[in-house]
Design a protein around this ligand. Structure first.
Ligand code: CA
Length: 221
């Protein structure tokens, strides 16, 4: 059973979320403000967090910052704020997904499942490219003798590049498959590519990510 923590100060939204999620088989814990959200995270160790942005005391973004200092738990922001700048900020701070209120219950459940797929199925096969091995069960990448714990999106980026090693993967494909929405700003992708490249560069004989200018990237094993 997946444990969901909902951080939301509006009682009617909180109730609606519980009514949506419990029949779907999720165990639901709740917190009504930012500080309570952090405390509940530490107590409940949820598999996924639904996070409102406009909260009393700590804002949702503050909560997100604090969570990311200690955990890669999937965080789906559920907010009435629908401006592109709000969405980009939340994603850059490490949110895994963003849903605007009012949302459809079916979409919410689908997003939760998409963002927790790895937890539900940790026995996925190991991918290799040259001397790099990606282990979905542990969220790790081993290159030669070195082991790296990867953040969620970095892991997904490595996974897509390794699945299609030797071939070009377009920026659009990466944005669509990893970030899931077309918000028109791809800075986060550039940051993740740089981070992954740095890991490869630390180990001799590791695969390389080459840039195909204006198109995308290719992993050379
Ligand atoms: Ca609120």
């Amino acid at each position: 059973m997946l444990n969901v923590l909902i951080v939301e100060d509006e009682p009617s939204y909180l109730e609606a979320l519980k009514i949506t999620l419990e029949p779907e088989g999720f165990a639901v814990a709740t917190a009504a403000d930012g500080r309570a959200g952090i405390t509940a995270f530490e107590a409940a160790m949820p598999d996924v967090i639904l996070l409102d942005l406009m909260l009393p005391d700590l804002s949702g973004l503050d909560v997100l910052r604090r969570l990311r200092q200690r955990s890669d738990v999937p965080v789906i922001v559920v907010s009435a704020k629908s401006a592109e700048a709000d969405i980009v900020t939340a994603l850059e701070l490490g949110a895994d997904d963003y849903l605007t209120k009012p949302y459809s219950s079916r979409e919410l459940v689908a997003r939760i499942r998409a963002n927790t797929r790895r937890i539900a199925d940790p026995e996925q096969e190991v991918l290799t490219a040259g001397n790099a091995v990606l282990d979905p069960g542990r969220y790790e990448m081993r290159i030669g003798e070195s082991t790296f714990a990867l953040a969620r999106k970095e892991f997904e980026l490595a996974e897509l590049l390794m699945e299609r090693q030797g071939r070009i993967v377009t920026r659009e494909t990466l944005l669509e498959r990893i970030w899931g929405i077309d918000w028109g700003d791809s800075k986060s992708l550039d940051q993740h590519i740089r981070r992954l490249r740095r890991r490869f560069e630390q180990v001799e004989g590791a695969p390389q990510i080459t840039t195909v200018r204006g198109v995308g990237y290719r992993l050379e094993p």
